[in-house]
Design a protein around this ligand. Sequence first.
Ligand code: VG1
Ligand code: CO
Length: 582
Amino acid sequence: FTVNRVESPPIEGQKPGTSGLRKKVKVFTQPHYLHNFVQATFNALSLEKVKGSTLVVSGDGRYYSKDAIQIIIKMSAANGVRRVWVGQNGLLSTPAVSAVVRERVGADGSKANGAFILTASHNPGGPNEDFGIKYNMGNGGPAPEGITDKIFENTKTIKEYFIAEGLPDVDISAIGVSNFSGPDGQFDVDVFDSASDYVKLLKSIFDFQSIKKLITSPQFSFCYDALHGVAGAYAKRIFVEELGASESSLLNCVPKEDFGGGHPDPNLTYAKELVARMGLGNNPDSNPPEFGAAADGDADRNMILGKRFFVTPSDSVAIIAANAVQAIPYFSSGLKGVARSMPTSAALDVVAKSLNLKLFEVPTGWKFFGNLMDAGLCSICGEESFGTGSDHIREKDGIWAVLAWLSIIAHKNKDNLNGGNLVTVEDIVKQHWATFGRHYYTRYDYENVDARAAKDVMDHLIDMQSSIMDINTTIKGMRSGMVDVVDVVGADEFEYKDPVDGSISKNQGIRYLFEDGSRLVFRLSGTGSEGATIRLYIEQYEKDSSKTGRDSQEALAPLVDVALKLSKMLEFTGRSAPTVIT
Ligand code: VG1
Ligand code: CO
């Protein structure tokens, strides 16, 4: 092949968000749009580093992925990349990409230097929906802000990109290596099995035998919903072939370009089928399984459910941390530390305190956990947004979280699987609350709000922060005679200083902190592709074990009321109710 230099002026709006660049497919398919972003990334990494490198290119298989992969292969070849690794059919979950970057060794002994992940995660897919791309570094984690800022700067000044001419489309459905030669010498495309490296890694972390014993025991029943995302490419291999689950326990496990028309977000609103199967929501099944879980489009998120029981993600990470050393072989020699994103509830903090572990509070987005893990400061981390993971890779990991839960259930029932009463998911969570107290938690999302109105809400919330006294007067006024909401004692915008490299990230969410540890957090989403999404996070701690069994929406109602009035949500946005409650 030869190298073609294509003149291409900057295209507006290519700023990577919380997790890469996500836009409507129609935006991505504009001439030069994807090309400019890919070249801007190569330029940000520096062309010397790109030359001779090995790159992984794959994703959740959503619409436009196949075309995008061929474009990125050709641009890689033209920019001097030595080899591109592609998961079969272009499929690799986000955690599997991270595992492949860290663990896979090519037939010629090569290791990967980085990866383009093609996903818009939990956003819907299809010709009228979303596509996305993000770059991960040699540690297998998302590019840090220093790099994503540089990419964005480059997209604003770009003049040209390079693309191979005379390089045929590579058949990504067939495993094997194709060799080509260009001006810089040889260029290879290596299409490999999407699951094997990842499965091998998971088997080195968990005790598959004890999980299998649980799954195949008559007291237990299991269900997994991939919402037609890429988790389906792993579910059969792991849950059925390795762990003995029946095929009928897998729901929506065939990956589809449009996720079957659904919204591949594992929460109580969008994972309707699983929710019903687990005996929750409208039309609940009458005989639900003991355990259910779901994943998002790129399989880095997880929702954990018990029989008629929902585990909040903030509780989930706390419970995994509290039980990891006993239940998961990978952690048997102890945890290095734990971390959560700022809006995630402090349930993990209470566990950290009792286990005498370091706890880190980082901004939203997995990229902030990577430095802590690379520095050996953190073993387990999580976000309230259904993201949980550990330092086995540098992304959150949906299937890892499911295996962590299965390990804990197996451990709690190890002497119990011959006919005793199963210790259930609900038992485990309630026992946890009894020991550590409960953090009532809910998140309200206002999706697709007018961008101006969203900014007004935020500006108003920041303005008010100048006087705590006024805030408290306002709250007392709106709840006259009620004593269920205590005083605000602090209000700020969250700012993070990375303890490893000292970098500072500002404006990471508006916080109102109450005397009893309750919190209201407001932030704008950085993963949407249209308009703005306001996220409101509400949390209240209850130590008294006689009061930890309430319905969470009911328990939080007074605080929700304060949040909505304080932010003037209805006045600014015209929304009387959120789009999604989790
Ligand atoms: C959301 C979540 C955040 C998560 C991010 C990427 O970001 O809140 O916790 O890390 O999505 O997850 P935002 O900026 O929209 O709040 V994924 O599974 O979309 O890669
Ligand atoms: Co995701």
